[in-house]
Design a protein around this ligand. Sequence first.
Ligand code: ADQ
Length: 507
Amino acid sequence: MARLIIVANRVPHPYERGNPRAGGLAIALSDVLVSGSLWFGWSGKRSGKTSTSPRVLVDRDVTYATIDLAEADYNAFYRGFANGTLWPLFHMMPGLMTYRREDYAGYRTVNRAFAEALAGLAGPDDLIWIHDYQLLAVAAELRALGLRNRIGFFLHIPFPPPEIFKILPPATELLRALSANDVIGFQTEGDRAVFLACIRGLLDVVPGAGGEFSIDGHETSAVVTPIGIDSDSFSRLSARAVRRAEAKRLIESLDGHALMIGVDRLDYTKGLPGRFAAYGRFLAAYPQHKHKISYLQIAAPTRPEVNHYEELHNELDHKTGAINGAHSDFDWVPLRYITRTISRTAIAGLYRVARIGLVTPLRDGMNLVAKEYVAAQNPASPGVLILSRFAGAADELTEALLVNPFDIDEVARAIHFALVMPNDERLARHAALLAKVQSGSAAAYCARFAGFLAETPAPIPIDSLRRIPQDMKSQVLDPTSARVEMTVANSCSGLNLTTNEMQKIKL
Ligand code: ADQ
């Protein structure tokens, strides 16, 4: 029986259920957490040795399999190549990139360890869906181990154009490794177009008009499947959350002022220094709004061990002091700045209270905060979304006030315009945005990607081709085998798939 196997650097482990986690991938994947899936990834634990024998746990019909990483591998793979090299480069910030051959070697070691551990868990018909920039080479390692399953990869962050991508010393090697997937998914048409330009420019392979190309006899298609949120449940959550204690305390403290909210991971790609500068410019340029607005920025330090985070932290502390020092009054503080993770329920309530959602990343694959803010609004009296043109979400959410985050005067003007926007316009913009967020849901994203994967040619019957010893497979699966026999049709049952989509996935 075929299952959907989701492979991500971090697994939304059942032990962590209920704990707030900031991070789009973890949250988006939790939204498609469905019965019968197998989730595979790093346990979050560091130990003496990188393991290739996963720990398996079954919780509510979802199987979780995780491995530990050696400290040295973690440093090279996660801090070094993934976050020191790929993250800034893919966000078009090569000036912040560091590259060390040892880090790349560690990255490949960890991708290989993922593949070895996964090969022992995957049945021949399982669909394998790999996520994000930490795992660019896992499909190639799985192929090297003899797996012929349908394998797909989805990139949550942007892809850079050839002129930037080729700065990366192992650029062509990684493009070839990615091409071991049957399907590669991107957030936007723009990301797919530059990826295909890299295939053409760096590998001298001409892709077809539909995004398909062939390398070493293996066919791959590049597709666009923008990620979404479970918007209906988020809307319900926000309607409940606004009556809870946190939201009530906030409303009381606002004393009638309009709230503007920003919610981000503390990361240099999110454009927080520029956002603070734009708010300072707004207060200076439009003094009529002083005493009438309060800006709440929540910034969770999710990767404090990675380069440049300390500097960013210090810079924002300094800017907060400067803005409040220059503009506060006895009875009014213009900027409230919180550097910790807040529960999803509390965030849903705060979004609903906010008259403006300020989302100004310098570059972002999608940006789920923009979609959450829209879903959380009261449709009878919605707030206004200000959104960076350089977030993937701007491709869809064109009724937001779109801004260039590098132009702080433009952002300042957008804040002013959001505050004075006529009611009819606010309602019309929000209705259009909400319809888009509802139709581009997390379930639609999952169904669309799984549908593309299921459409690829059937895998060769492979047990004879696989080099993974059978005894390793049964040793890993034994404790749970009765419970992990699920069909992919079951595993997508929570996703409201159409019959046609179901049939495609049933293979
Ligand atoms: P991220 O860069 O993490 O995700 P984003 O899409 O905005 O960015 O998601 C952040 C998530 O974390 C949101 O769900 C938000 O509510 C939550 N969050 C942020 N700060 C928080 C805080 N202080 N407390 C609690 N929760 C917080 C990556 C890519 C994005 C892409 C997603 C999904 O960088 O471009 O949209 O994956 O594909």
